[in-house]
Design a protein around this ligand. Structure first.
Ligand SMILES: Cc1cc2nc3c(=O)[nH]c(=O)nc-3n(C[C@H](O)[C@H](O)[C@H](O)COP(=O)(O)O)c2cc1C
Length: 165
């Protein structure tokens, strides 16, 4: 093992979600690798959002958010959503984020993702320099054939083979 706290940070393997929001007549989308199912019953998803993100204000203001877990064909979308702020630009005009209408929240969801969820905020906790928004999942969707986008070592990757055991 190599002792290096800085580089070791990049050796946590995650998926990437596109977190969508709608507030004051505007839609936004941001990439969030720190998006995880956090309770079975109730079904909760927690997203960790930096306080300076446009997404923070939009979730805080609307009390809801969408989560669309990226497929391995959506690396470019994750790159765009994660490297521009909705404060400066309309990311939906930058790239073709094909969306579909959610049933119970105002934010759109992203087509052809692995799975997509509609979430209503039930609580918010400070976690270091991020806020943890716990969202009650009120609707969910999945794609049978899509494969997840994996994020490791600062790069987007395909998922590997199934390990038989
Ligand atoms: C792959 C990837 C994963 C990211 N994960 C997170 C995350 O989990 N939480 C977070 O606050 N920012 C995360 N970011 C950074 C935000 O997506 C980025 O700051 C974005 O520009 C914020 O957009 P907004 O200001 O429109 O909300 C990530 C960026 C990338 C490229």
């Amino acid at each position: 093992m190599i002792k290096d706290i800085e580089t070791a940070q990049e050796f946590t393997t995650t998926t990437v979600a596109l977190v969508t929001t709608h507030h004051l007549g505007k839609n936004n989308v941001m990439s969030a690798e720190w998006t995880i199912r956090s309770s079975i019953d109730p079904f909760l998803i927690t997203v960790f959002v930096g306080y300076e993100r446009a997404t923070y204000d939009m979730i805080k203001g609307s009390g809801e958010f969408g989560v669309s877990y990226c497929s391995d064909k959506q690396g470019e979308l994750a790159h765009v959503a994660g490297n521009h702020s909705g404060r400066d630009v309309d990311k939906f005009a930058l790239k073709d984020f094909s969306t579909f209408k959610a049933a119970q929240i105002k934010a759109p969801l992203i087509e052809s993702s692995i799975s997509a969820f509609e979430c209503k905020v039930v609580s918010e906790y400070p976690v270091g320099d991020h806020a943890a928004f716990n969202g009650q999942v009120v609707e969910g969707y999945y794609s049978q054939d899509a494969k997840p986008l994996v994020f490791h070592g600062g790069k987007f990757r395909h998922i590997g083979e199934i390990i038989k055991h």
